[in-house]
Structures are given as C-alpha cells and as structure tokens.
Design a binder for this molecule. Structure first.
Ligand SMILES: C[S@@+](CC[C@H](N)C(=O)[O-])C[C@H]1O[C@@H](n2cnc3c(N)ncnc32)[C@H](O)[C@@H]1O
Length: 474
C-alpha cells in the first residue's frame, strides 16, 4: 500500500474520496496503467472496453494462445478476510502466525500485529486511525479480573490463567476498507471508478464493525457514505487470495482492479491465480481471438448450473446467461443430476428449464416430472451427507464411502460427489503417497481422470483446476 500523506480527520478522508462515478474509459485505462506500474507490458495483449456482458470488460487486442500470460497485477490493497474459523492471531501486515495469547498491537489499536510490524510505517496510519475510534478493548477483562475470580483467588485457589487477547472479526474485517482511505489520490480514484453493488448486507458489515468502537463516526454522513461505497467496491470486486508465510496459510481480502474488471463466464477463457496473496496472474485457458472478451469465473468450475446460479444471484446480484447455463445437460456432464424418485426407476433426473432457480425436474428414463422443492430437498440431503463425511472421516473411510455407499443415493456425475473426490485427491496429496495402499492410490488416479474428463467436456482448457490436478497433485 502506498504510504500516502497523513490523514487526521474524517473530513479530509472524505474529500480524498470525493465520488468520480463519471470516470471515462480513457481515464480508467490510465488509472489502471499507473496501478500496474512496472508490470504493464509495452504492448499489452488486452484492453479495457464496454462489454456486451456487463459494464466494462477486458478484451484481447490480438489473438492470444491457450496458456499465454495476459497480465500480472499487484494488489491495490489487502487485508484480513477475518472469516469464521480463520486464525485471527495473524499479523495484519506481514501475515505471520502470532502467539496464541498476547498478540495485539502494543499501541492498543486492538489489531493483531507482530512486534516488528507494530512500529512500521505500514501499520502507523491504521494504528492511529483505530486508536482514534476508541476500540472497545476486549482484553479489559484480563486487566480487571471478575469478582468471582478475585474471590476465588482470595480463598486460596490457584490464580486463573490470564484470558489473553481476543479479536473481534468484525473490527478486523473493516481494516481493508480503512486502508483504502490511506491510498494515494490516484489509487483512490481507481477504487472510486470501480463498480459497487448496493446491497443491504454490506451496510450491516459496517454497522456491526461500528459497534466494536466507542467513537465510530456514525453521524458523519459524508464519511459514512464513502465508507459504504468502499465496502460495496470491496464486496463486488475483492478476491480471497491465499497467502503462505512460513508454514502458516491465511486468506487475504485483496483488491486487484484489472483482474476484477474481467466479467464472469461459467467456463471462462482465462484463469487466474494468486502468488502469496499479493500478485494476481491471469493466463488464457483457451485460445482467445482478437477482439474477444477475456473472461474469468466467480464460481467453482465444477459446481452445477443451479449451484452457480444461486451463488451468483445471492453474492454478485446477477443472473448468468452463458452457453453453459443455458444447457441443462451441462455439456453432457450432468453435474446437477439426481436419481429418479419413482419406485423402481433409477434414471437420472435433471432440471428442465435453464433460466430459473426453481425449475421443474424430469427423469431422462421414465420422463416423470418432479417439483423443484422435492429435488432441492434431495440435493440438500446428498450435500449434507457427503460434506458431513468429508469433515469427519479419514481419507481411507472416505474412499470406501464414495465407492460403496454414495452410489446408492447419488449419481456419480453429481457435483457434490465430484467435489468429494477432489477432496480425497487433495488430502492424499498433502499427506504423501507412502501412507496409502496401491489400491487406494489407484482410486485417486481414477478420480483424477474422471475430473479431467469433466473439465474436457466443459471446454475448460488450461484452467487453474486442471493445472493443479495435473502438475501439483501427483
Ligand atoms: C467485479 S464486477 C465486473 C466488472 C464490471 N463489469 C465493471 O464494469 O466494473 C462484477 C459485476 O459485473 C457484473 N457481471 C459480471 N459478469 C457478468 C455476467 N456474466 N452477467 C451479468 N453481469 C455480470 C455483475 O454486475 C457483477 O456484480
């Protein structure tokens, strides 16, 4: 993050974030060029232009071959995702894992930070900023022991272990938005030129964060409006980028503006991945002709039509109209398929209509039609049963479950079962091959071939998942 001029009042912050919704395509292109800096190619194979899909998009300036690099981009801003279950005792600057107790900033901004970063210029602005908002100190309990604790100790009980530091994920998550206010003027202009979906849930994120502080400027309307927009931009555009420091893996909330301007396609022609949470790399997954829109995916590629549709509607607020979404066989992969509920028939049942999230379902064998509610309950059952096993079973038991029990209630093409196979492959790779029997390793190879065949049917080309499966998972 650029260390911009110091900002001491919310009024100054708002002035710096003055809206510039009318950013022209040329201005946007210039802001992106400045942001790319030394990573901007002399003659890029991409350009920005209005998209027939939505808003602005990224387009090929010449034919691009599958596998070719399209661009690399550093994050404009990153921060903790502070997801449920993540290790919150991770330094917000260098992302190292900290001690499990006493890991908050010594300057009492209540952010988890390592001793080195606590006094760094990278942390100074946000530290002072959080201090000004007066965090409700969650460690107070440690300094002022409860009445019962003091009583117990007075009566000769061994002193209780100090409670240690506690982080509120809601205040931690707002950090990325706060960091946006400290970007340079041009960087903030770029943030302001980005799409921000207006969603009530995003406001909740701020309202809940505000409750973590005694002096959050909730009555400062211009500031709050800017904050709502920044959080809207983050939620519309930011990625969750994995980052590994030493052996500690964490997910960062990163804004990569050029990568974000790419529109979504369910089987995209480009793939992106992140290097240590701070660098996005975008490559062509298939050949892209000159003038073609370069697309990425906002969903998992192996999800069924309905699952992707619901996810996009709920989190990105649009209905996808790509070729894959309009084909109820899903390129012959039948990722949505469930077994027929009719006595004696074990045919495959698939959604009939494609442009609705509540389709009728029809059996490909007996042609009976089932209401969506019934099939949705069945899909939920399969999902919960399989995910429950994934979370509780050893790999060995999972292989047995997939091969012997799943076929009784879930067609082998169903995406939940495919994802379970991917999970097995992934876990076996992480644990190392020597722990498994040749038979178990053969199952892993078979799962891998099945998934590669599905990716081939989908026309996914050199997508990130294929790269992972063929190169890293061996
Ligand atoms: C990260 S932005 C993509 C860039 C955006 N087109 C722009 O002009 O800044 C994501 C938003 O773009 C729109 N979008 C992206 N892909 C789409 C698609 N396939 N169909 C409809 N809308 C899409 C949706 O409004 C979505 O919330």
């Amino acid at each position: 993050m650029a260390t911009a001029e110091r900002i001491n009042t919310t009024a100054t912050m708002v002035a710096h974030m003055a809206p510039s919704r009318s950013t022209t395509p040329d201005q946007l292109a210039r802001l992106i060029d400045v942001h790319l800096g030394d990573l901007r190619e002399e003659q890029p194979n991409w350009m920005l232009a209005p998209s027939p899909v939505a808003g602005r998009g990224v387009f090929a300036t010449r034919n691009i071959a599958a596998g070719e690099l399209i661009f690399r981009e550093r994050a404009l801003v990153v921060g903790p995702t502070a997801r449920k279950g993540s290790q919150l005792n991770t330094c917000v600057c260098c992302h190292r894992l900290l001690a499990s107790k006493h890991f908050l900033c010594p300057h009492r901004c209540t952010l988890p930070v390592c001793a080195e970063c606590a006094d760094s210029t990278a942390h100074r602005n946000e530290c002072e900023h959080f201090q000004r908002w007066l965090p409700k100190d969650l460690t107070a309990a440690e300094e002022a022991p409860s009445k019962e604790q003091s009583k117990g100790e007075a009566e000769g009980e061994a002193p209780k272990e100090p409670l240690g530091d506690v982080v509120n994920p809601l205040s931690l998550r707002i950090l990325t938005a706060v960091r946006v206010f400290y970007l340079s003027k041009e960087q903030r202009a770029l943030v302001d030129a980005m799409q921000a979906n207006a969603e009530r849930g995003y406001r909740q994120e701020i309202i809940k964060a505000a409750q973590c502080f005694r002096k959050f400027p909730t009555t400062d309307k211009p500031f709050m409006d800017q904050l709502f927009r920044v959080v809207g931009v983050l939620n519309t555009n930011a990625f969750e980028a994995p980052c590994r420091v030493d052996k500690h893996e964490t997910l960062l909330r990163g804004l990569f503006p050029l990568t974000a301007i790419m529109n979504h396609e369910c089987t995209p022609n480009a793939s992106h991945y992140f290097e240590n949470g701070r660098l996005a790399v975008v490559r062509a997954a298939r050949d892209i002709p000159k003038g073609g829109e370069i697309t990425t995916t906002y969903t998992k590629i192996l999800w069924s039509n309905l699952t992707r549709g619901i996810f996009l509607k709920m989190t990105k607020y649009f209905v996808c109209n790509c070729d894959r979404c309009n084909d109820n066989s899903e390129n012959g992969t039948y990722l949505s398929a469930l077994f027929c509920r009719e006595q004696g028939c074990k045919g495959l049942v698939i959604p009939v209509q494609t442009k609705t999230l509540q389709p009728d379902w029809r059996c490909l064998s007996c042609e009976n039609v089932f209401p969506h509610a019934k099939m949705a309950r069945y899909q939920d059952f399969a999902l919960n049963t399989i995910n429950n096993r994934i979370n509780t079973c050893s790999v060995r038991d999972m292989i047995h479950f997939i091969n012997e029990l799943c076929p009784r209630f879930c067609p082998p093409s169903n995406y939940v079962l495919i994802e379970a196979k991917l999970n097995v492959i992934w876990r076996m790779t992480r644990l190392g091959a020597e722990e498994y029997t040749p038979e178990e390793l053969a199952h892993k190879d078979r799962y891998r071939e099945e998934i590669l065949a599905i990716l081939h049917k989908l026309g996914a080309g050199e997508c990130t998942l294929k790269k992972l499966i063929t190169e890293e998972i061996q």
